[in-house]
Design a protein around this ligand. Structure first.
Ligand SMILES: NC(=O)c1ccc[n+]([C@@H]2O[C@H](COP(=O)([O-])OP(=O)(O)OC[C@H]3O[C@@H](n4cnc5c(N)ncnc54)[C@H](OP(=O)(O)O)[C@@H]3O)[C@@H](O)[C@H]2O)c1
Length: 177
């Protein structure tokens, strides 16, 4: 099983445009959307934080055979949204969650989280690979890729691909252990 983080960011490292938390898909390229769809199709489980869930819930496609797990300290708030086996809300630490998912023996787990949860997964050493899409845009302000905290993660570049004429880059890293 591998745990893969996939993020799209501006050149200045913002994962939201200004303070608009809803519309990530509004500024990402068609090629990044295609890439992200292909990652969902390759994954058995997708983990989100409740912040990301709130931003993307209108666009979730339940035709795909993937289990989406949303981490929240208050799962009871989301009882009406729950779809067992497809969309579940869990109060857990990242480590406990990954231990539980390991027992399901999935091939790939996709982490599609915002700054808070991504930073925690990195801190706990739970991410094996990182796909970073850099869109050729600068926002100046917005949510950062990771929280402002001390991290010391060593990565190795696997590949870098220019995805379109404007120069959207897809950078694939592996964690060095
Ligand atoms: N550009 C991109 O690729 C990309 C990708 C993902 C998200 N985003 C954007 O990022 C924004 C959301 O970022 P975010 O940092 O607020 O959200 P997040 O990391 O997805 O979710 C954070 C929330 O998850 C809950 N949570 C539950 N267990 C937790 C745990 N162990 N550790 C940390 N959090 C836990 C907490 O909410 P409770 O109060 O529910 O407990 C916390 O506030 C959205 O605007 C989204 O569009 C962008």
């Amino acid at each position: 099983m591998k745990v893969v983080l996939a993020l799209a960011a501006s050149v200045d490292g913002k994962i939201t445009k200004w303070d608009d938390i809803q519309n990530v898909q509004e500024w990402t390229s068609r090629e990044d959307k295609q890439f992200f769809s292909s990652m969902i199709k390759k994954s058995d489980v997708m983990i989100m934080g409740s912040g990301t869930y709130q931003a993307v819930k209108k666009n979730l496609n339940f035709d795909l055979p993937i289990l989406r797990l949303v981490l929240t300290k208050t799962p009871e708030k989301y009882k009406e949204d729950e779809k067992p086996g497809q969309l579940e809300f869990i109060n857990s630490t990242p480590k406990e969650l990954i231990d539980a998912i390991t027992k399901l023996n999935p091939n790939q787990v996709l982490l599609a989280a915002g700054s808070r949860l991504s930073s925690q997964f990195l801190m706990d050493g739970l991410i094996d690979e990182f796909y970073l899409t850099i869109e050729p845009k600068i926002f100046g302000t917005g949510k950062p890729m990771f929280e402002d905290r001390i991290l010391d993660i060593n990565l190795k570049l696997v590949s870098i691909k220019k995805m379109n004429e404007r120069g959207t880059l897809l950078i694939h890293y592996k964690k060095i252990v």
